[in-house]
Design a protein around this ligand. Structure first.
Ligand SMILES: *[C@@H]1O[C@H](CO)[C@@H](O)[C@H](O)[C@H]1NC(C)=O
Ligand SMILES: *[C@@H]1O[C@H](CO)[C@@H](O)[C@H](O)[C@H]1NC(C)=O
Ligand SMILES: *[C@@H]1O[C@H](CO)[C@@H](O)[C@H](O)[C@H]1NC(C)=O
Length: 223
């Protein structure tokens, strides 16, 4: 019996170790409003972050607020959030504080979004379709906490969970990447073009994720 349990646990950890998917050319579709459907993305981030960049692509026809990327830690559910507050405005939240970025946009249009932040200056950058928005600064000297729960499709109101239906994402998300550095303008442009800039926190080409509720993966049909 002990032997059987041993092999079961070996098999389980093997399956977990290889539970990485190359999502190139695919998207997650969140087909309907919900207070449960989401994707949890796993990363082995052991140390707090002084610098980071997150990029992703999204296509939606929602006009109310929704979360694109929700990163919570045990002590702060809004440790880092990329939030679309309304048409023409994005928010970046770090450690519960928020800055906004205005963008001129046609609606609805697919968007490639990158958000980055540097602790030493507090400067936050936001890029839409390879173009920089006006930079903001906040949370200078802060570090973004380690051991995150990262969720796509919902905003976390606690460490891994408590979702609000009216803030759920309905639409398509793909090309999610995260680096522990601030990417250069050239690297952002490459990411926008779909060129792989080796990430070290989240890699869409080796994504460790679980889907909960009504979420579907399908080939990317826009970009
Ligand atoms: C994938 O996620 C599972 C569950 O969170 C974790 O146990 C495993 O170590 C991860 N695998 C890799 C290769 O990151
Ligand atoms: C974060 O960025 C600053 C300024 O670019 C740099 O001096 C520092 O070494 C970086 N920190 C880490 C942990 O990479
Ligand atoms: C993922 O798939 C794409 C397209 O098939 C390929 O170009 C890329 O090298 C793959 N990445 C990894 C890490 O295997």
């Amino acid at each position: 019996m002990d032997k059987l349990l041993f092999w079961v646990s070996v098999l389980t950890s093997l399956l977990e170790a290889i539970a990485q998917t190359n999502m190139t050319g695919k998207v997650f579709i969140f087909p309907e409003e919900s207070n449960s459907a989401h994707v949890s993305v796993t990363t082995q981030l052991e140390k707090p972050l002084q610098n980071f960049t997150v990029c992703l692509r999204a296509y939606t026809d929602l006009s109310h607020g929704y979360s694109l990327f929700s990163y919570s830690i045990q002590t702060q559910s809004n440790e880092m959030v990329i939030f679309k507050s309304q048409i023409g405005e994005y928010n970046l939240i770090i450690g519960g504080d928020k800055v906004f970025f205005k963008v001129y946009e046609n609606f609805p249009t697919p968007a490639h979004i990158c958000a980055s932040w540097e602790s030493s200056s507090g400067i936050a950058e936001f890029w839409v379709n390879g173009k920089p928005l006006v930079r903001k600064g906040f949370r200078q000297g802060y570090s973004v906490g380690a051991h995150p729960k990262i969720v796509l499709g919902q905003k976390q109101h606690s460490y891994r969970g408590k979702f609000v239906k009216s803030q759920s994402f309905v639409g398509e998300i793909g090309d999610v990447y995260m680096w522990d550095s601030v990417l250069s303008p050239e690297e952002i442009w490459f990411a926008y073009q779909g060129i792989h800039i080796e990430p070290n926190i989240l890699d869409w080409q080796a994504l460790n994720y679980t889907m909960q509720g009504y979420v579907v993966t399908k080939p990317l049909k826009w970009s």
